[in-house]
Ligand binder design. Structure first.
Ligand code: NAP
Length: 268
């Protein structure tokens, strides 16, 4: 795919994982990418590999957002795209989740997206329009146990995406979401994710995804190829949330034979 020529796109949490793959995909499609993250060394490396700019940035800071947008406009003259990707995964069952844990996840995953949406509006209006992609999750499509803060944040991101789409369409700013399933990144490596066929039976495709598969969907939504899409979502989950995968085992209704998901799927 091509079609991001002359576009300047900011990717938060772009140092590694999904954000780095999104940044690389969009750079290959012609975009100039500004990578932001808390991870200085990795962020600078990722940005230099795609001839982009790295900016240290905490998405929970409103002043930080102001600086990122100002630095981007100063360096490249415009902002055409934003990928709200930065996020943290944390969670315990509701009874043991503390208020502090709950609020921390909401602050990064949901407030960070809210601040990002607000921060780019003026620059995108000046550029004549823009495209924003929020990375939500299948945790925002269904109720997964043990992940109240994370799940609530991702349901919130999906809702905010649709609200922003209704408000910003008149400025030619499109706002869409991508819902990844289990994707092989540092976030899920810590939770025993394994690559390869047959390693994730709950998904009809039988495996977890790789960050590049999210990059494809995001690059499409940022590009003009998605010019009539706003308030929409693309779910990239190997079919997991479509329903029960057919496997050689039967679903567990009596105990004992359910497919082993192979990874703690409740923190995605
Ligand atoms: P990752 O490998 O942990 O990468 C996330 C990046 O965001 C890290 O570099 C992290 O830096 C950064 N970050 C965290 N808090 C930040 C903050 N306050 N400001 C700026 N940057 C911050 O995770 P990932 O798997 O690529 O996930 C990327 C996005 O996809 C997240 O929104 C996640 O919820 C979503 N997602 C992932 C999966 C999956 O299976 N991997 C599934 C569904 C949705 P630090 O290391 O310093 O925290």
């Amino acid at each position: 795919m091509s079609g991001l020529q002359d576009k300047v796109v900011i990717v938060t949490g772009g140092a590694r994982g999904i954000g780095a793959a999104v940044a690389a995909r969009m750079a290959r499609d012609g975009a100039t990418v500004v990578v932001t993250d808390l991870l200085d060394e990795q962020g600078a490396k990722t940005a230099s590999e795609i001839r982009g700019l790295f900016l240290r940035h905490d998405v929970t800071s409103e002043d930080g957002w102001k600086s990122v947008v100002e630095a981007t406009v100063e360096r490249y003259g415009r902002v055409d795209g934003l990928v709200n990707n930065a996020g943290i995964a944390a969670g315990t069952p509701l009874e043991s989740e503390t208020l502090e844990q709950f609020e921390r996840v909401l602050k990064v995953n949901l407030t960070g997206v809210f601040l990002g949406l607000k921060a780019v509006i003026e620059a995108m209006r000046t550029a004549g329009g823009g495209s924003i992609v929020n990375i939500a999750s299948i945790s925002g499509l269904i109720g997964l146990p043990g992940v109240s803060g994370y799940g609530a944040s991702k349901w919130g991101v999906r809702g905010l995406t649709k609200i922003a789409a209704t408000e910003l369409g008149r400025h030619r700013i499109r706002v869409n979401a991508v819902n990844p399933g289990v994707i092989y990144t540092p976030m899920t490596m810590e939770r025993n994710a394994q690559l390869g066929e047959g390693n994730f039976p709950p998904a009809p495709l039988g495996r977890i995804g790789v960050p590049e598969e999210i990059g494809e969907a995001v690059s499409f939504l940022i590009s003009d190829a998605a010019s009539y899409m706003t308030g929409a979502e693309i779910t990239v989950d190997g079919g997991w949330t479509s329903g029960q995968a057919m496997t050689t085992q039967h679903p567990d209704t009596t105990g004992g034979t359910a497919p082993d998901p192979g990874v703690q799927v409740n923190s995605l």
